[in-house]
Structure formats: C-alpha cells, structure tokens
Ligand binder design. Structure first.
Ligand code: ADP
Ligand code: MG
Length: 728
C-alpha cells in the first residue's frame, strides 16, 4: 500500500468538523480596522509634522523628490508608528522579475561607534537600500563584479506592516534598479508608463474640459485560485515542486454539472476566505467579492478597483497573504494557471480604465449627451492602441503557466481581439460609414451613446470568450495568468495608450491647422481610427476554429506558445514604442526579454525533471507491482489447469505492459530531449526544444501514465488522485 497517499487521506479525514478563523474581526465593522496596518493618511497625520505630511502628499501626487531632511523626518514618524504596533524590523519590499515579491529584513536596532545599542531608522535607510540582490534575474545587466542592485522608495504606494506569526515588519514599497539606474523589476516601468499616460491623456481631456489636470489609470483585478488540503498537497511532489499536477487521471465527475460555479461555499473554505479578507483589510487591500469558480476546488477574490500602482502592489501582497493564510487552515493555495488537466485553469482578469482628477471615468459613456464625444475618443483610442500593439500585449502575458490556457482549448485564446458588444459595434459602424462628420446618421449615433449604460446592462451575456472585452465602463483584459504580476500587462496597456493618445492629439491638431473646428477635427480622426482598427474587433466565439481561420485572414497573430510570443519583445515595434515612451530603454527591454525566456526554460526544466522522478519512483514501481500480481495470478490459474479463467487477467497484463513500455520509451525520449536542450547554442533555441520536443514527450508519458492509473489497483497507486484532490 502506498503510505504517503493513504496517510495524507487519513490526515485530511481527521480535520475538525468545524473550521474557525483566527480572529472574529468580521463580526465588527470592517471600517473600524480597515488599513490599520498601513502607514496611510491617518497614521501620517498622527506621526508626521504638517510640513512632512504635505511633502509626502506632494511626492505622492506630483512625484516631487523628497529632500534628505524631509526623508529623515518621515522615517522617524514611520518608525514611531511601526514600533507602537510592536514592529522590530523594516524591509524594502520589491518586485523583481521572478514575478514574486522580495524583501530583505533589517532590524531597527543598531550600535553606535561607542558600543551603545540604539533603535534607529534614518531617511537614507527609508529612501535607498543596497540588498545583495545578485541572485535576482537581471538578464545580464549586472555583471558579477557589479552585482549590486538598489531598492529605491516609491512614496506613491504606502508603507505597511506585514505580520507573520508573532513577527511584524515595516515594509516599504520600492523599485529595484541597477547601479546605473536601469529597471530590474516590474514596478519602475509601470510607474514610468503611468506618468506617461497622465502626460498624454491630460491634453486630450482638455479638449473637452479645461479643468482636468491629472489622469490616473485604474485597475481592478479578479484573482482566481484553487485550494487543496495541505496533507494531499504534500503527498504530490509535482504540486510541491511545480504548482501543478503533471499526472492525474480525470475524475469521473469534475465540472460537467457546473454545480460548483457560484455554489454555496464549503465551510472550511469560507473560514479561509474570511480570514484572508480580514488580513487584506488590515493591509488596506479593498477585497470585496468572493465566490466559487467553475472548476471544483476553484474560487475567486476581487477588490474595489484602485489607482493602478497601488492595485498592482495590493495584488502582489494578496498572493503572498493568500499563501500564508492558507497554511493556517492546513490548506494550500494554487495560483498556477493550470493546476489540473481537464478542468478550467485560473486567470486574473485585469479591469482597466482611466479617471481624471475631476472624478470622471474616461471609459464610462455617462448619461450626458454632451460628453459623448469624450467617451468615444478614449474608447476608440483604446481599440486603436490594441490594434497597433496586440502582439506586445500578448508578449506581456506569455509565460510557461499561461501556455496551458492561451492556445490550449481553454479561455481565452492566444489571438488578441477586442469585444465591444452589439450596440457599440453598430454605433461605431454608423460613425465610420458617415460620409461627412456632420452627417445626420453620425450625429444620431453619437447622441445614442448617452443611452448606452442601459443598453450595456441588458447585454449581460457579454462575450466570455474574448480576451479583451469592454464591460460597460472599463476594459477587461482576461488573458492575464493567475500567478502573474499584473504590472507586466498593465505597463503595456498604459504605454500603448499613452503613445496612441499622443498620436491622436497630433492628428487632431493637424486637422485644426487645416481649418476644421475642434469637434469636427476630433470626429474626423475618430472616424479614421474606427475604419483602420476594425480588424481587431471580434464579437463571435473566440474558441472556434473558424475564428482561427478568420483571424489569420485578418492578419492577426496567434502565438500559442511562450517563446514565439516573447520574440515580439525583440522587434522594432517594441523598441520604438518603449523607447519613444521612455518606459524601457533598449538595455532594459533586452534584459526583460532574456529573463522571461530564461524563466520559461527553467520552469519547463523543473517540470520535466519532476515528471521523470514521478515516473521512475512512483508510477513505474506501482505498475510493476500490479504486473507481478497479475502474472502470478495467471501462472497460478494455469498451474491448476484453469487457463481459461486467466484470460481477462492476461488481457489486462498485456494492456498494462503496453502502457509501461510507452512510458519507458517516452521517458527515455524525454531524457534525450532534455539533454539536447541543455546543449543548445542559445537560450532561445533551448526554449524551442522545450516547447516543441520536451513538452510533447511529457504529454505522451502523461497520457500513458493516466491510463495506467485507471487499471492499477487503487491500493497500489501512490499519487493522490484527482477525485481526492479536488475537494476540501
Ligand atoms: P464582473 O461582471 O466582471 O464581475 P464587476 O463590476 O464586478 O464586473 O467588476 C469587476 C472588477 O472591475 C472589480 O474589481 C471592480 O472593482 C473593477 N472595476 C469596476 N470599475 C472599474 C474601473 N473604472 N476601473 C478599473 N476597474 C474597475
Ligand atoms: Mg470579470
């Protein structure tokens, strides 16, 4: 009998009947503790002088640099606040290109030159640190003799207290850069792209409203995840090592009945969610929505949207907190895009929009017909931006985990297209077909926009298959992977939109120079853009084969795998866009590309080696046992003259042996292809071998192993089965 599997199942069966959460916080109002672990407005007012408070605010709003003495004063206030809460350490918290977060803790305590012990936190420690970050991926930007990386405070995202067990650490959100100032992380390009979007969008807003002086991008993510019992998780080396099951026969009942989606939340999961929400609320993460997702064991959490930089930080923080809270409940959270074959994977929808300092959502049609042209402008420019830079958006979500969704038979497809709904499609067509801008039909179409909110609301069966959908007052980017840092795709979104808006302003100005009035000029440009970008619009079923054909005819790319999707980062278009925008210089872009490619190769390598271990040490030995038992049975029956009775066993033995041969042969080929990959001339070539050879052999091996699982005695099977894993 396989001990680890049955011990794990026993452990799970022994879990208590009722599940308690750590704190009964949600019995009191969330408002009473929301943000208590954040050095936000309230804490700053209490612990900073009025002048220091104002300087942080200014740094926050306009990116003004803080002086050394200002930083010193803020550091003292921050330390005072943190220590009052029992905090002993501080850490610069950053987002290296691993996709995870990183932190290096230092104690407040230090020694003076005469040997006294004091507690101190200086402005310079707040503003900049030099963690020995030499092991973070740098894409070759830091040679070993210059391995230092620097973390630099980002005052636009508030510092917070991270609680872990009894320990509390003051975390300061930072960027991570090289000695020369090149970005080594996700945050710095995001911040640059956001500044640029503001700069580009304000002049366009001012065409309609002179009062607008600032535009911010907003992001509301929806995070999908799976939960599995801790004991079962630990009994699956593949989950432990790679975050997904590399083997596993589909359970007879999975999601066919669609009885899990929005179903009642199991008590144990409910306890986890409440605990998670409490922790999030203390950290100022405004999570609000929770529900069961489509697959068994799959759930979702979503917040109220926020300014994009803070929203990205909050999602990174959330993933960390999810993991920690799950352990308290003897659960494990799976953020991988495809933990289980045969059922839905997990994504992270990114709802993106822009809003002004006058309180306007620029992608909201609104009810005032006079504002229709403004909506139309931002709406059409977004479509135009995607039309021009779809491949870059695709590249920003390319990684090994997401390959199981994009391009596999899973939502959404790898072809980037935009869904806007029937009503808007009609209106855009009318506008584009108008002969002149003062056409009655055009005017009528524009007037209708103000009636859209109702129209859109009725249009509730919004196309769920589209990777990029307009959902009433924001665009929803659905192809982002569940484990990913949102900053990647959001940087591309902001950048392409900013550059697009600059082009738009230029085009409008040209028409005005030729004598058109402003409104006519805007309409003329919008009309042109609608005509030019119509190929990116698609309302049909994005999963269908017909769409693949049609997309090809339209010239839309279908990069189904990471290596080819990433190649776009090396293109002239990418260099021009990022260079022109100043979001990533050539060195940074090159390094980013290399790091992503390297991540891909490394992940695939870990998966392949884990699979080989599973085959050699788990699957094959179980098969041998079964084979021996069958062979002994056949021989025994024969020895007493009952050869006929051995017929079914003999057939089974043949089937089993055939599968064993397929597995052995597949494993051998897998080993050979790994060797080939390791000797490749370049990381790009290596990625290709992983993508086209290694993956293929892994699939062959898996198919045979899953078939074996179906015929080997349940008592012998050493790996926790899908039907056991997919329930908590
Ligand atoms: P869905 O039907 O996709 O669940 P919801 O209205 O529940 O749509 O919104 C989903 C997410 O979109 C939430 O995180 C929400 O905060 C976010 N969202 C709503 N408005 C905006 C906006 N203007 N900008 C960015 N995100 C937004
Ligand atoms: Mg959604």
């Amino acid at each position: 009998m396989s001990l680890s599997r049955f011990n794990a199942l026993q452990n799970m069966a022994n879990r208590p009947e009722t599940f308690l959460w750590e704190e009964e916080r949600d019995a009191i109002s969330i408002a009473s503790y929301f943000g208590e672990n954040v050095f936000g407005d309230e804490a700053m007012k209490k612990h900073l002088s009025e002048a220091a408070y104002q300087s942080v605010k200014e740094a926050n709003l306009s990116g003004k640099k803080l002086t050394k003495s200002e930083a010193d004063i803020i550091a003292v206030g921050m330390k005072e606040w943190a220590q009052e809460k029992g905090c002993t350490h501080f850490a610069h918290w950053f987002q290296p290109l691993t996709g995870k977060t990183a932190e290096k803790h230092d104690s407040f305590f230090t020694m003076t030159h005469d040997g006294r012990v004091i507690e101190e936190f200086t402005g310079s420690a707040l503003v900049q640190q030099e963690p020995d970050g030499s092991s973070f991926p740098s894409g070759g930007m830091r040679s070993t003799f210059e391995a230092r990386g620097y973390t630099v405070w980002d005052p636009t995202s508030p510092a917070f207290l991270m609680e872990s067990g009894d320990g509390k650490t003051l975390c300061i959100p930072t960027t991570f850069v090289t000695y020369g100032g090149d970005a080594q992380d996700y945050k710095l390009p995001l911040l640059r792209s956001h500044t640029l979007l503001d700069k580009a969008a304000v002049p366009v807003c001012q065409l309609f409203d002179k009062d607008v002086t600032k535009v911010t991008a907003t992001l509301g993510w929806e995070q999908e995840y799976f939960l599995v019992d801790e004991a079962l998780f630990n009994a699956r080396p593949d989950l432990v090592m790679t975050g997904r099951t590399l083997l596993g026969r589909s359970a007879a009942k999975n999601q066919q009945l669609e009885d899990h989606y929005f179903g009642s939340i199991p008590e144990r999961v409910y306890a986890y969610m409440r605990d998670l929400e409490t922790e999030c609320h203390k950290l100022g993460i405004p999570v609000r929505t929770r529900h069961n997702e489509v697959a068994p064991g799959q759930y979702e959490v979503a917040p109220i949207f926020e300014e994009i930089n803070v929203a990205v930080d909050h999602n990174q923080l959330l993933m960390d907190v999810m993991e920690r809270v799950s352990r308290r409940h003897h659960l494990r959270v799976l953020l991988h895009e495809k933990p289980f074959a045969g059922i839905n994977g997990s994504g992270k929808h990114n709802n993106w929009s822009m809003s002004t300092d006058t309180g306007i959502n620029l992608l909201s049609p609104g009810k005032d017909p006079a504002k229709n042209l403004r909506f139309l402008t931002f709406f059409v420019n977004t479509i135009m931006a995607v039309h021009k830079y779809a491949d870059l958006l695709r590249a920003s979500i390319a990684h090994a985990g997401n390959d199981h969704r994009l391009g596999a038979n899973e939502a959404p497809p790898a072809i980037i297209s935009v869904f806007i709904g029937e009503a808007l499609t009609k209106l855009l067509n009318q506008i584009a077909n108008g002969k002149k801008t003062d056409d009655a039909a055009v005017k009528r179409a524009i007037d209708l926009i103000a009636k859209l909110p109702n129209l859109e609301m009725d249009n509730t069966d919004r196309n769920r298959t589209s990777p990029f959908a307009f959902t009433g007052n924001k665009f929803e980017i659905r192809a982002v992977g569940s484990s990913q840092n949102c900053a990647g795709p959001m940087t591309v979104m902001n950048t392409m939109m900013a550059v697009q808006l600059m082009d738009f302003k230029g085009d409008v100005d040209k028409h005005i120079a030729k004598g058109l009035d402003q409104e006519e000029a805007i309409l003329m440009v919008v009309k042109n853009y609608i005509r030019k970008s119509k190929n990116i619009l698609f309302e049909g079923n994005n999963y269908s084969d017909e769409w693949k054909e049609e997309a090809k005819e339209r010239g839309l790319n279908n990069f189904t795998a990471t290596p080819e999707a990433l190649d776009v980062l090396g293109s002239k278009t990418a260099a021009e866009l990022f260079g022109r925008a100043g979001v990533m210089n050539a060195r940074e872009l090159d390094a980013f590309y290399l790091v992503q490619l390297h991540n891909y190769v490394t992940k695939m390598n870990i998966e392949a080696n884990t699979l080989l271990e599973l085959i050699h040490s788990f699957v094959f030995p179980a098969a041998v046992r079964q084979q021996t038992e069958l062979a002994q049975n056949v021989a025994a029956l024969k020895s007493i003259g009952m050869e006929d009775a051995a017929e079914p066993q003999r057939d089974l033995l043949k089937e089993l042996t055939k599968l064993m041969n397929t597995i052995k042969e597949g494993a051998h080929k897998l080993e050979k292809s790994l060797e080939k990959a390791h000797h490749a001339d370049s990381v790009r070539e290596e990625a290709d071998i992983f993508c086209h050879k290694v993956k293929q052999h892994m699939e062959t091996v898996r198919t045979a192993a899953d078939a074996l699982e179906g015929i080997v005695d349940d008592q012998y099977w050493p790996l926790v089965k899908y039907r056991e894993l997919l329930r908590v």
